[in-house]
Design a protein around this ligand. Structure first.
Ligand code: XIL
Length: 377
């Protein structure tokens, strides 16, 4: 039973929200309103948000964003941890959260070489699956996962990161070594069959590298030629302070727009930390020895860097504003710096500051800088 005082409180809150607008965390404008009519503004969420464990972050998400992406809960290792066993407990809560708050719900991701268990590629006796067996595994996974959320998850990152920086299909990974390009086409086909109304995306990083773009364009063209609609290419955009330049970001969007392919900025963040050239496969002990250089802001971000980050975001959003007709959605990869994946990638245990809210969930100067950039005509 709802008590009268509870009802009065609810009515009071509803009226005050109508009068002053939803709380926007120190801002008088919300991101989604500032981007209204141009693109959706999304954010990747973890269980702190979709299980309601952090009320402030729930408020941030529902007041500033109109789309959500699942940071991890729909990846293969989470939803399908063992042969024949699915676990949708987290994903169901994620989708329920998005539906409750009327957000455009994204699914991420169906075919990727990370966060996919080894068993996927092997028979019970340990021998590698052949092409027919692996295609069957892929198709049945996609049919099951996409089918479960049919009509509720509105857009899917079907294939993630199939092309390397030189523009080659990643045949060093089992998906593509065993299936070749057909795997990509069949992944899209299965997703389309499971939910014909869902938007399907190809998602990739570093597409500002000119060598990588033609390969992605050709791959998407071949999926489309097979009669399967690809709604957009997802540009991950895990950026650095130094680059890519706003010009390179704009050129990337133009390159896809010229081929009648809208883009989505699917995983936006800007790392303020140095990224050593040789981090891949680097010896962790050697990196630890360079901790002061590689983790320069363990306590707080200096104001100069904070301001530079705000300017970097403003410059990026000036590009997005000027390319709005080609961009359908811009999604930040996380709510606050406390949980950004960049604290642990590419080097574990650092302190990065790439997002719009700080470790205490307070808005950073980057937020009003973006709002200002979006306010210009
Ligand atoms: C990251 C998550 O943010 C981390 O929590 C997880 O440990 C690893 O994956 N590209 C992608 C995302 O497509 O799925 C990745 O997300 C970040 C890079």
């Amino acid at each position: 039973m709802i008590s009268l005082s509870r009802l009065r409180l609810t009515a009071f809150l509803a009226t005050s929200l109508l009068c002053v607008g939803a709380p926007t965390f120190g801002q008088d404008r919300s991101l989604k309103d500032a981007a209204q009519g141009r693109f959706l503004i999304g954010v990747a969420i973890n269980e702190k948000v979709f299980l309601g464990k952090n009320a402030t972050e729930v408020g941030i998400v529902t007041s500033h964003f109109n789309s959500v992406s699942p940071e991890n809960c729909l990846k293969w290792e989470t939803v399908h941890p063992e042969p024949g066993r699915y676990d949708f407990s987290a994903a169901d809560r994620y989708v329920a959260f998005g539906a409750e708050h009327r957000l455009f719900i994204i699914g991420h991701t169906l075919m990727w070489h990370y966060q996919t268990p080894d068993w996927v590629f092997k028979n019970p006796d340990g021998t590698p699956k052949n092409k027919a067996q692996l295609l069957e595994e892929l198709r049945s996974h996609i049919q099951t996962v996409v089918g479960r959320y049919k009509g509720r998850i509105r857009g899917w990152d079907v294939v993630n990161e199939a092309i390397d920086d030189e523009g080659r299909l990643r045949t060093d990974k089992p998906w593509y070594r065993i299936l070749g390009e057909e795997g990509v086409i069949e992944a899209f086909r299965a997703a389309h069959e499971a939910d014909p109304a869902a938007e399907l995306y190809y998602n990739e990083f570093s597409l500002w590298l000119p060598a990588k773009r033609p390969a992605v364009l050709q791959l998407v063209a071949r999926v489309r030629a097979a009669g399967i609609p690809v709604a957009a290419v997802g540009l991950q955009e895990h950026y650095m302070m130094a680059g890519p330049s706003p010009e390179e970001v704009g050129e990337t969007i133009d390159a896809f727009a010229r081929e009648h392919l809208p883009v989505m900025i699917t995983e936006l963040d800007v790392s303020v930390l140095p990224r050593p050239e040789n981090y891949a496969g680097a010896d962790l002990a050697a990196l630890q020895a360079r901790k002061a250089e590689l983790d320069p802001y363990p306590v707080a971000l200096p104001e100069t860097v904070e301001r530079a980050l705000a300017e970097r975001y403003a410059a990026l959003f000036a590009v997005y504003r000027n390319h709005a007709s080609a961009i359908k959605r811009i999604t930040f990869w996380g709510v606050s710096d406390a949980d950004t994946w960049l604290n642990n990638w590419p080097i574990p245990g650092r302190h990065d500051y790439p997002l719009l809210f700080d470790r205490g969930d307070h808005a950073k100067p980057a937020l009003p800088a973006i709002l200002d950039a979006l306010a210009r005509p």
